[in-house]
Design a protein around this ligand. Structure first.
Ligand SMILES: Cc1cc2nc3c(=O)[nH]c(=O)nc-3n(C[C@H](O)[C@H](O)[C@H](O)COP(=O)(O)OP(=O)(O)OC[C@H]3O[C@@H](n4cnc5c(N)ncnc54)[C@H](O)[C@@H]3O)c2cc1C
Ligand code: FES
Length: 217
């Protein structure tokens, strides 16, 4: 059941060009891997959607790519500050797969550490645009890492159940699997239709029907 709570910041740690925001969990259900939370961004009217990255016993961790004012404000939080968090929201990954293979592109790797834990660390491929971005792979020990111009699709083995999160061109280039999509989200719970996207000819509100959707072969 999603809850809205004001959570204290434990700290923010740099991970390559990204920031790992650690919040006190305060009893909030971390949800299933692939679900997301809406985080109040200091100084912004609308909250920002972030996937849960890791859920150690008393904390919630989020990996942030500071690409704009909201994510920058979240990445600049300091220990002792507090923000409102609402979640867990949306549909996560179906974990009942026989031969999981995790695939992440850039900041799309954010939900994969929590997913890897739940699936007992299956094979993983991560793609990044630079050596600096690839430093985030430290959160996924054992992952195969490729850097542009090599793409995750260049090294994809056959015969696995793919669970993926990453930029849209990467998701569209993958064969069948469970794919976590992204769209700008204002509410996060189905009310504003701001996140409606057309996938396979159908309009989907990603915050309620996704963000994880199954793609047919
Ligand atoms: C379900 C979900 C999970 C997410 N998980 C993470 C995460 O774990 N870590 C993380 O860093 N980011 C994540 N995001 C993306 C993050 O929510 C957006 O990047 C954020 O809202 C940008 O806010 P901003 O104010 O920093 O930048 P803005 O100024 O709002 O946006 C900067 C630029 O990015 C575009 N943009 C904004 N949001 C999105 C989006 N969702 N998809 C595509 N383009 C967008 C804008 O049009 C603009 O061009 C997630 C998004 C969704 C929907
Ligand atoms: S974000 Fe409002 S309907 Fe999805």
């Amino acid at each position: 059941m999603p809850r809205r709570e004001r959570l204290n910041v434990v700290g923010v740690e740099p991970v390559g060009p990204y920031a790992l925001l650690r919040l006190v969990r305060n009893g909030i259900d971390p949800g299933a891997p692939g679900q997301f939370f809406m985080l109040e961004a200091p100084g912004r009217v609308l909250p920002r959607a972030l996937s849960l990255c890791l859920a150690p016993p008393s904390e919630l961790h989020f990996l942030i790519d500071p690409i704009g004012p909201g994510t920058q404000a979240l990445a600049e939080l300091e220990r002792g500050e507090a923000i409102h968090v609402y979640g867990p929201l949306g549909n996560g990954f179906d974990l009942t797969v026989e031969r999981p293979l995790l695939v992440g592109g850039g900041i799309g790797m954010a939900p994969l550490p929590y997913l890897a834990e739940a699936l007992r660390f299956p094979p993983t491929i991560l793609g990044f645009r630079s050596e600096l971005h690839a430093e985030a792979a430290v959160l996924m020990p054992g992952a195969e890492v490729v850097i542009d111009p090599v793409l995750v699709t260049d090294v994809l083995p056959e015969g696995f159940d793919i669970l993926a999160c990453g930029p849209e061109p990467m998701l569209r280039a993958l064969p069948s699997g469970q794919l976590a999509w992204e769209a700008p989200m204002a509410c996060g719970y189905g009310a504003c239709y701001g996140c409606a996207v057309e996938i396979d000819g159908e309009l989907k509100r990603l915050c309620v029907e996704g963000p994880v959707l199954s793609a047919a072969a």
